[in-house]
Design a protein around this ligand. Structure first.
Ligand SMILES: *Cc1c(COP(=O)(O)O)cnc(C)c1O
Length: 396
């Protein structure tokens, strides 16, 4: 039976295909690690955000099992009904203490995902009398959160604090909110947070920092970008994710206790959703033990060594290495079809590196998004460098 509605979608999907913009799922048949089995094929993966290699750590796996034994599987309801367990409360206390050198009177709130945490922050601190200043390259969840916030959104250019200063000075809004990724997820560079915070303090604006790619990896103790840059302010609203470097899942917001109390009262993506399984919160405690301890420090040192080796060895002619100091090390190709051909050729040779195309990145900046992890060794890195240099020549 054919339907006009289905035929219309089929046409639109065919159009995506024609523009090399169709996305496809692959089935991982082994846990997240450098060496994976994918659709029956062994691959060396450079695509996960498991920056410290904790997704398969035996101590965290045991903690998840222990959590299930202690708390069961489902939370049963939202946090404000009966879903807020001791496991969530303990994790929130720990995260608040972990961030307290940077966020005075810190309190933390946990979420099922970073996407929801961002929706929650921006909907709670938004409103029609709010001016929201959003960095051009912000993550999709912040863009969607800005829409949900009903605030008046103004976009400032990537890293352009001078432009932001002009916009803030010109604003007559009752309340102001500046929103930025800390580490840009498709570029790997850092936002100028010190200058952004100074501007926010000068203009009585909140600074919302999405540290999805910094928490666990940046800073001497893995406390993230605020530790890395030594920033501290009651005007910071910090979002960290727990499914990337922490290797588990979920996210949290840390801010001044009063700001968090406001979120509990007003953030609909917090209020109207079932709390994540408490066992997840219990497992995150084991991940924090590692992140804070000697093992976490050693993993971060190894990761820094890989990043330095990549920058040293990865010399390109036509394609471009981007200016990143983090574990996200994109190779800029430009054309969508060429980026797709490169990703396909890598796949055929046993490497898993995703091609990132518009609308995730601006038109004309399609790229391979290489991510490094403490679980890689130097030999893995050497293999990737060799195959990329060879492919660049073949595609010329
Ligand atoms: C991954 C990511 C998120 C979303 O976090 P999830 O826990 O995966 O939902 C938010 N912001 C940025 C910058 C991210 O990279």
């Amino acid at each position: 039976m054919s339907s006009k509605l289905i035929a219309d979608l089929e046409q639109r999907i065919a159009d995506l295909d024609a523009q090399s913009l169709r996305r496809r799922l692959r089935v991982a048949e082994s846990p997240c690690a450098p060496h994976m089995q994918v659709d029956g094929k062994p691959l060396l993966a450079f695509c996960s955000n498991d920056y410290l290699g904790l997704a398969t750590h035996p101590r965290i796996v045991s903690a998840l099992q222990e959590g299930a034994a202690l708390y069961g599987v489902g939370s049963g309801a939202s946090h404000l009904i009966n879903g807020h367990s001791r496991a969530h409360a303990l994790l929130e206390e720990r995260l608040a203490a972990f961030l307290s050198p940077y966020v005075p009177q810190a309190r933390a709130l946990t979420f099922s995902t970073g996407y929801m945490a961002n929706l929650a922050i921006l909907s709670a601190f938004g409103g029609s009398d709010v001016a929201l200043f959003s960095e051009e390259l912000n993550h999709a969840s912040l863009i969607d959160g800005a829409r949900l916030s009903r605030a008046q959104v103004q976009i400032y250019a990537h890293g352009d604090t001078a432009q932001l200063a002009v916009l803030l000075a010109a604003s007559t809004a009752a309340r102001k909110l500046v929103v930025t990724d800390s580490v840009f997820s498709m570029d790997g560079d850092l936002a100028p947070l010190k200058d952004l915070l100074a501007l926010c303090e000068q203009h009585d604006a909140w600074l919302v920092v999405d540290d999805a790619h910094g928490f666990g990896v940046l800073g001497e103790h893995g406390r993230g970008v605020l530790e890395h840059l030594d920033l501290c302010s009651p005007q910071l609203i910090y979002m960290g994710t727990l499914g990337k470097a922490a290797g588990v899942g979920g996210a949290f917001v840390a801010a001044h206790a009063t700001a968090i109390e406001w979120m509990v009262q007003r953030a609909r993506p917090y209020i109207y959703t079932t709390a994540s399984p408490p066992a997840i919160a219990h497992a995150v405690q084991a991940s924090l033990d590692i992140i804070e301890g000697r093992e976490g420090a050693a993993r971060r040192v190894h990761l820094c060594g890989l990043i330095a080796a990549w920058q040293d060895k990865m010399q390109l002619q036509r394609w471009q290495r981007m200016a990143s100091q983090t574990a996200i090390q994109p190779v800029l190709i430009g054309d969508n079809a060429e980026a797709m051909r490169a990703a396909t050729a890598l796949y055929k040779r046993g490497f898993w590196v995703p091609a990132i195309r518009p609308p995730t990145v601006p038109a004309g900046t399609a790229r391979l998004r290489v991510t490094l992890s403490a679980a890689h060794d130097m030999a893995d890195l050497g293999q990737l460098v060799a195959v990329l240099q060879q492919l660049e020549g073949e595609h010329a």
